[in-house]
Design a protein around this ligand. Structure first.
Ligand code: 4AD
Ligand code: MG
Length: 478
C-alpha cells in the first residue's frame, strides 16, 4: 500500500508524539553514516531520517546514495538538531530504487541554470526548480479560482486552426503531407486540398478569436492553454510554445478591461504569497545571492517578496502610448544615446524602452494604452483620432510586456475596412465577422503570458526556467 505514506509536508507540520509513520522520497544527502535528508517534493524542506548506528546492514547503508528512492517506516521524535522540530527514527528502510552516484549528473553542489537546462529531466530534483513548479501550479490554480469566482466560463479553444489570430504570420504549420514531395497545384504551389483538413492549418497563436465568439453569447469567458509562435526570438522572454490566459468580456470597454487585468494580476500574486511562502522565501534568497554577483547599479532595489508586496499594494500607473514616447524622449538614456533602438511616435517599443519606463521612471507596473493602429492587430477598436487603437499593454519590472489586450472593434464597417488595409481575409474569417453582424456589442479582453507571470513571481531572469520543458529556436529536447 503506497497510499499509506504521509507526505513530508504534512509530517513536518505535525507534533512529534512517537507516532509510527511511513515516508517515501529521494535521498538528498547521507551524513555520518546515520542521517538521511529525504525529500518527496511535497515541500522544500527535507525530513531527517535517523538510521541508528549498528541497526542497519553495512550493505544497505551503502545504497543510501544521492537520489536513491527510499521507503522509511519509523517513529516521529523531537529533533535534537537545530533548524528542525522533529525527525524520523527509522525502524525499516527499503530501497525502492538505487541511484548510482558515479553516473548521476546532478551532483550535490551549485550548478548553473544553463547546465540545469541541459538536464531538465533532473532539474525538478533541485530546490530551486521544485519551488518554481510548485509556484507555477499555485498560479494556475489561482487563475481558475479568480475567474470561477467571477462567473467566467473556462473555454477550450482549438490548438489546430486555419486562422492567424494576430495576423503576424508567425505560425507553425500542421500537415500530414510528405514534406519532401507534397502534391502541387498547376502553378507549383502546394495543394493543401489534399492535406488532412483539406486546407492549410497551423498551431494556434492565440485563442482570442474563438474566445470572442463565445463571449458574445456566454458573456464572460477565459481560455488557458498552450499557444505557439514561430518567431525567431532568442531572448530571455520568448518561447516558441507558451501558455496564455485570455479572458474575453462582452459589455466591456478598455477601462473595464484594465481594471480586470490589474485585479487579476494582484489576486494571483496574493494567492501565491499566502500559500507558497516557504517556496517564495527560498527563491527570494536565491535571487539575493545571485544579485550579489551583479554590479551595484544592476541590483534590484527590492527583494523578491517586497517587490510582490509592492505590486499588490499599489495601483498600476496608467499612461497613453503618446505620453510614454514623450517620457522616453525626455529621458537621460535617450539624450545620452544609450538606447539601441530609435525613439519616435509610431515605434513598436523595444524591451529597453519598456524597461526604462517601468524600472527607472515609474518603478511599478505600467499600463500603456492607445497605441498607434499601425503596430497593432486588426481587431483592435479604432479611436476617434484616426491614428490610435484602444489597446493596452501591461509592462512589469524585470519582464517588460506581461499582458497585451484591447477593446475590440465591434463596428462591422470599421472592422472590415481595417482587415482589408491589413490584408486579413474577410472571407476566411466569415465566422468572426458574424459576431458583428448579429447582435454586436462593445467587448474587450487581454492575454497574460503565463510563463512571464511565473518569471515575475519566482524572480527567474530567463523564461526557460519558468516552464518545465522550454521550446525555443533550435531546442526541443525532452
Ligand atoms: O500581446 P500578445 O501577442 O496578444 C495576444 O495574443 C492577444 N490575442 C491577447 C488577447 O487580447 N486576448 O500576447 C499576449 C501575451 C504577451 O503580453 C506576453 O506576455 C505573452 O502573451 N507572449 C509570450 N510569452 C512567451 N513567449 C512568447 N513568444 C510570447 N509572445 C507573447
Ligand atoms: Mg503584445
Amino acid at each position: 500500500m503506497f497510499n499509506q505514506r504521509i507526505k513530508i509536508r504534512d509530517l513536518l507540520k505535525s507534533e512529534p508524539e512517537n507516532q509510527q509513520v511511513t515516508v517515501m522520497g529521494w535521498v538528498r544527502s547521507f551524513r555520518n553514516n546515520q542521517f538521511i535528508a529525504l525529500n518527496d517534493g511535497s515541500c522544500n524542506a527535507n525530513i531527517q531520517v535517523v538510521a541508528e548506528l549498528g541497526k542497519f546492514d553495512e550493505s544497505l547503508l551503502k545504497r543510501f546514495t544521492i537520489s536513491a528512492a527510499l521507503k522509511v517506516t519509523g517513529t516521529v521524535i523531537p529533533s535534537l538538531g537545530k533548524g528542525q522540530k522533529l525527525e524520523l527514527k527509522a525502524e525499516t528502510i527499503e530501497v525502492l530504487g538505487d541511484s548510482d552516484p558515479e553516473e548521476y549528473k546532478l551532483q550535490p553542489k551549485k550548478h548553473s541554470l544553463e547546465f540545469l537546462r541541459e538536464i531538465a529531466h533532473l532539474r525538478f530534483r533541485t530546490n530551486t526548480f521544485a519551488a518554481i513548479f510548485r509556484i507555477r501550479h499555485a498560479l494556475a490554480f489561482a487563475i481558475h479560482k479568480f475567474f470561477n469566482e467571477r462567473g467566467f466560463v473556462y473555454l477550450h479553444t482549438p490548438i489546430i486552426t486555419a486562422s492567424d489570430a494576430e495576423g503576424a504570420g508567425e505560425m507553425f504549420r500542421v500537415t500530414t503531407l510528405p514534406i519532401d514531395n507534397p502534391p502541387r497545384n498547376e502553378d507549383g504551389s502546394v495543394n493543401f486540398k489534399e492535406d488532412f483538413f483539406g486546407r492549410a492549418t497551423n498551431l494556434t497563436v492565440s485563442g482570442q478569436l474563438e474566445g470572442e465568439l463565445a463571449a458574445t453569447a456566454l458573456g464572460e469567458i477565459y481560455t488557458f492553454g498552450p499557444t505557439f509562435r514561430a518567431e525567431n526570438s532568442n531572448t530571455p522572454r520568448h518561447l516558441a510554445e507558451f501558455w496564455m490566459i485570455e479572458p474575453e468580456m462582452a459589455f466591456c470597454d478598455l477601462e473595464d478591461n484594465m481594471d480586470l487585468a490589474e485585479a487579476f494580476i494582484k489576486y494571483i500574486i496574493r494567492y501565491v504569497m499566502e500559500h507558497n511562502s516557504e517556496d517564495l522565501e527560498f527563491l527570494a534568497q536565491r535571487l539575493a545571492e545571485e544579485e550579489k554577483q551583479l554590479p551595484q547599479d544592476k541590483r534590484s532595489e527590492l527583494g523578491l517578496i517586497e517587490k510582490l508586496k509592492f505590486v499588490v499594494d499599489n495601483p498600476f500607473e496608467r499612461i497613453t502610448y503618446t505620453e510614454a514616447i514623450d517620457i522616453l524622449l525626455q529621458s537621460t538614456p535617450y539624450k545620452k544615446k544609450k538606447f539601441l533602438y530609435p525613439v519616435e511616435w509610431g515605434i513598436d517599443m523595444q524591451s529597453e524602452h519598456e524597461r526604462y519606463l517601468v524600472e527607472k521612471h515609474f518603478k511599478k507596473p505600467v499600463i500603456v494604452t492607445n497605441y498607434p493602429a499601425k503596430i497593432k492587430a486588426f481587431y483592435m477598436r479604432q479611436n476617434e483620432d484616426g491614428k490610435t487603437v484602444a489597446a493596452m499593454d501591461i509592462l512589469a519590472p524585470g519582464i517588460g510586456e506581461i499582458v497585451g489586450g484591447s477593446q475590440r472593434e465591434e463596428r462591422m464597417d470599421k472592422l472590415e475596412q481595417r482587415m482589408k488595409e491589413m490584408n486579413v481575409s474577410t472571407e476566411e474569417l466569415w465566422w468572426y465577422l458574424d459576431t458583428r453582424r448579429f447582435g454586436t456589442v462593445p467587448h474587450a479582453g487581454f492575454g497574460l503570458g503565463f510563463e512571464r507571470m511565473v518569471q515575475f513571481v519566482t524572480g527567474m531572469s530567463n523564461i526557460r526556467d519558468a516552464i518545465p520543458f522550454p521550446r525555443t529556436p533550435k531546442n526541443a529536447e525532452f
